[in-house]
Design a protein. Structure first.
Length: 266
């Protein structure tokens, strides 16, 4: 499990506890690379119908739409420089589908070497609700590109936070574990890289055509396998490579197992 993703899940749990809402957030980040090194970053984040209903319930009469506030264009523009030097905001639009509501934001960059994205970026809209002491920036995925060859460096693997319930490794009651599972049951975080001109060769673990999946985790399914998670945590103490391999086999989990991914552009 990547350090950044563990922190993201714990971030979601902290937010849910802080505002008494299920952390029903789904995010997909797609980085598209052109052969000249330029490209786009598209982030689509939606909240489920359950969370939307509760947000409406707690909203003050006459107050602005909380979803529109959360995904405002101003916030999207402020985020651009955090994604890397030279990253520019392009557009933002609200999206609604299957009872979910959120936003799709597009950025552009001239040089992927300056781009830095992380799984936790999806949580920035909830940053004001994060409990004090947990607002720590995730480690980013970094890119190195020249002459049609791309190297993707993912954050180092860290299994120390595998004991998810409670976030500190302490034993929890079945009721607390059930509460956490319900809060995170619909959360999903995905990060993909698409090569516009096509992929000639790559060592990526999860490739489909010209798209590479770096992260795709259905959190509810992952944390439901608590016994396997605990076993993986123990394995990691002596053999991190074996632990990483076992983690990638969990239901609902698709993560890049190579610390460095290489891609040759057509």
């Amino acid at each position: 499990m990547k350090t950044s993703f563990i922190r993201t899940v714990r971030f979601a749990l902290g937010v849910a506890l802080a505002i008494a809402l299920p952390s029903c957030l789904q995010n997909e980040t797609t980085i598209t690379l052109n052969k000249d090194g330029s490209g786009t970053i598209v982030e689509e984040t939606v909240l489920t119908a359950e969370m939307l209903a509760m947000m409406t319930q707690f909203a003050q009469p006459g107050a602005p739409d909380p979803v529109a506030e959360m995904f405002s264009e101003e916030k999207a523009k402020e985020k651009a420089p955090k994604l890397g030097e030279g990253v520019e905001f392009v557009k933002s639009e609200m999206v609604e589908r299957e009872g979910k509501k959120g936003a799709r934001v597009e950025y552009k960059f001239a040089d992927i070497n300056k781009v830095k994205v992380s799984a936790g970026d999806a949580m920035e809209q909830l940053g004001d609700q994060m409990p004090e002491g947990e607002q720590k920036k995730d480690e980013a995925v970094k890119f190195s590109y020249a002459d049609g060859k791309l190297k993707i460096t993912t954050p180092p693997t860290d299994f120390d936070d595998m004991a998810m319930p409670g976030g500190d490794g302490a034993e929890q009651t079945p009721q607390m574990e059930e509460m956490m599972t319900n809060m995170l049951k619909d959360m999903r975080v995905t990060m993909k890289l698409v090569v516009a001109d096509g992929i000639a060769e790559t060592n990526a673990t999860h490739r489909e055509g010209d798209a590479i999946t770096l992260i795709d985790v259905e959190v509810g399914k992952m944390i439901a396998q608590k016994d396997k998670l605990k076993a993986i945590s123990e394995t990691a103490k002596t053999d991190k490579e074996a632990a990483k391999a076992e983690f990638s086999k969990l239901e609902g989990v698709k993560v890049e197992t190579n610390d460095e991914v290489t891609v040759t552009v057509k």
